[in-house]
Design a protein. Structure first.
Length: 275
């Protein structure tokens, strides 16, 4: 057809969108400031707490609740308006005229925002890990842990799990951005899900145990319903290896399921018209 734009591959569109998203993140002062605050907070917790003076495993235990609470906040801040802003500005209409597919667009937004998120989270945790050799004594005094159990490998596993956790929450935030019709609706959904992730599932587990509705064996599966619970289960079962956690399979399936399910929602709703 005369005058038609030659069709580029979805992969090219995906990487072009990802590049644009990275540039957007870097050029947004509020996002940059939030990222710096997050990194400084992680390092400050590591340096000020007692964990870094005991070894890598104690540092993980210090950082678990902090990471569990703040990584979703950072992920939601980076992603919850990504698609919505493009819809409001008319950018999505332009992309559709260039025959960019929904999969390539959503994949590109997720890739670009996730690269920024992963860099912040993983980089901050690696800097925090550097406080252990600087602040801890020659021999770890943490309970009865030996040198083999308290090694940098444990912290690296924790950092990798934190990245997977960040990707899951970023995917959820992106789904909110694609499905919401207004900024107010996106914010309400984001806040509601954050509360549900941080305290809702844990409260349901406690209530279920107290009332006898669920048994103790069912708790790991209930926790795997939320990204936060799945992340915590994996940390204690894989990174710290306390021996008290159940098989990590349910938690892994939970996190991967949130990523896949949320991205599917984002793809299905990305092209909906502006209200």
């Amino acid at each position: 057809m005369t005058g038609a734009r030659p069709r580029t591959s979805d992969l090219q569109d995906l990487f072009a969108t990802a590049t644009r998203e990275l540039r957007t993140v870097v050029r947004t002062p509020a996002v940059v400031a939030l990222s710096v605050v997050f990194a400084l907070s992680v390092v400050a917790v590591a340096a000020a707490g007692s964990g870094s003076r005991g070894g890598y495993v104690p540092l993980v235990l210090d950082l678990v609740p902090f990471v569990e609470a703040l990584v979703p906040l950072l992920a939601f801040a980076l992603c919850y308006r990504a698609v919505l802003s493009d819809r409001k500005s008319g950018e999505l209409d332009v992309l559709r005229t260039f025959d960019v597919s929904r999969v390539a667009y959503v994949g590109g937004v997720f890739l670009g925002r996730s690269l920024a998120l992963v860099t912040i989270v993983f980089g901050s945790l690696l800097v925090a890990a550097a406080t252990v050799p600087l602040l801890s004594p020659d021999k770890s005094t943490f309970l009865a842990l030996n040198a083999a159990a308290d090694s940098p490998v444990a912290f690296v596993r924790f950092a990798v799990l934190a990245v997977l956790f960040a990707l899951a929450t970023a995917a959820v935030a992106l789904a909110i951005s694609a499905a919401a019709r207004t900024a107010r609706q996106a914010l309400a959904l984001a806040v509601g899900l954050l509360v549900a992730f941080v305290v809702g599932v844990d409260a349901a587990a406690v209530a279920g145990l107290t009332s006898g509705t669920i048994g103790i064996d069912a708790v790991p599966y209930l926790l795997a319903v939320s990204p936060n619970g799945a992340f915590r289960s994996l940390v204690f079962g894989v990174a710290v290896e306390t021996g008290s956690a159940a098989s990590p399979l349910a938690a892994v399936v939970g996190l991967v399921g949130w990523v896949g399910g949320a991205l599917a929602v984002a793809v299905l709703t990305a092209w909906q018209p502006v209200e």
